[in-house]
Design a protein around this ligand. Structure first.
Ligand code: KIV
Length: 263
C-alpha cells in the first residue's frame, strides 16, 4: 500500500471512501496498525490516560509525545503519523513553531491542535511554514478543567454555530484535517458537508469522512470507556482481527451505530 499523505486523504473525502484512524504509542502497535492498512496513526495525548495512568491529558509533555512518536515512526509503513501537540505547547506562536518542529523531527507527518478561534493565527503561521495541521473541535479534553466534564458539545444552537464558524475559519487558516469529538451526529454531518478538508469523527456519528478511536478502548484495555467507543475484541480472537474488524466496520458504515453516537 502506498504511503498516505494529505493529498490522498483529500482524495478519499472526494471519493466518499471512509478514512480509518487509531492511536498508537509504540513500535508494536504501529506495526499492527500498519499491517492492517489503517490510514492514520495518531500519537494522541490520550497516552496520558492509557499509558501513563493520569486522570486527564494535562500532564503530557512535548518530550513524552516526541518519545512515543519516535517509537511509532519506527513501526509505521503506509499510515500517516499524526502527533498531538500537548497542553499549552502551542499557546504562543514561538512555542508552536519550536514544538511542532520537535514533533515533526521525531517522525510526525502532521500535528494536531485542540481549540477554536484563538488557534487560527497559529494554524495559519504553521501552515505557511510547511507544517500540516489537524485541528480538533467539539469536546477538547485539554480544556477539561474549564469545561468540567467530558460531555457532548454543540447541542445548543449558539454553541453549534460557534463550532461551525470555527471549523470554517480553521480550514480557511490552512488546516488540512479536522477531528470532531463528541458532537451530535447532525452537527458533524453539517460540518463535514461544508468543509473541503476531511473530517474525522470520534463520537460524532456516521456521516463524517472517517473515524478515530483510542486503540486501548477498542481492545477492551481501558478502565473507563466512553459511550462512543466500541470493544471490537469481544468478537475477535486476536488483536489483529479486532483492528481489522474496526477498519471494515468503519469502511462499510456499520460503525458508528446509534449506540455510539449522540443526538
Ligand atoms: O489523544 C487522542 O487520542 C485524541 C483522540 C481521542 C482523537 O485526541
Amino acid at each position: 500500500m502506498k504511503k498516505i499523505n494529505v493529498k490522498k486523504l483529500h482524495t478519499m473525502k472526494r471519493e466518499n471512501k471512509k478514512i480509518t484512524a487509531l492511536t498508537a504509542y509504540d513500535f508494536s502497535f504501529a506495526s499492527l496498525l500498519s499491517d492492517a492498512e489503517i490510514d492514520i496513526i495518531l500519537v494522541g495525548d490520550s497516552l496520558g490516560n492509557v499509558i501513563q495512568g493520569h486522570e486527564n491529558t494535562i500532564p503530557v509533555t512535548v518530550a513524552d509525545i516526541c518519545y512515543h512518536t519516535k517509537l511509532v515512526a519506527k513501526g509505521t509503513t503506509s499510515p500517516m503519523v499524526i502527533a498531538d501537540m500537548p497542553f499549552l505547547s502551542y499557546a504562543t506562536f514561538d512555542k508552536a513553531l519550536d514544538n511542532s518542529c520537535a514533533l515533526m523531527q521525531s517522525g510526525a507527518e502532521m500535528v494536531k491542535i485542540e481549540g477554536g478561534k484563538w488557534t487560527a493565527n497559529i494554524v495559519s503561521e504553521l501552515a505557511t511554514r510547511g507544517i500540516p495541521i489537524c485541528c480538533h473541535l467539539g469536546l477538547t479534553p485539554q480544556y477539561i478543567h474549564k469545561i468540567g466534564s467530558y460531555s457532548v458539545q454543540g447541542r445548543e444552537e449558539e454553541i453549534a454555530k460557534e463550532i461551525i464558524t470555527d471549523a470554517l475559519n480553521l480550514e480557511q487558516a490552512g488546516a488540512d484535517l479536522l477531528v470532531l469529538e463528541c458532537v451530535p451526529t447532525r452537527l458533524a454531518a453539517k460540518i463535514t458537508s461544508q468543509l473541503k478538508i476531511p473530517v474525522i469523527g470520534i463520537g460524532a456519528g456516521k456521516f463524517t469522512d472517517g473515524q478515530v478511536l483510542v486503540t486501548h478502548d477498542i481492545l477492551g484495555l481501558s478502565r473507563l470507556t466512553p459511550k462512543f467507543t466500541k470493544n471490537f475484541m469481544s468478537n475477535s480472537n486476536s488483536i489483529a482481527k479486532a483492528i481489522e474488524l474496526f477498519k471494515e466496520s468503519v469502511r462499510s458504515g456499520d460503525f458508528p451505530d446509534e449506540e455510539s453516537s449522540f443526538d
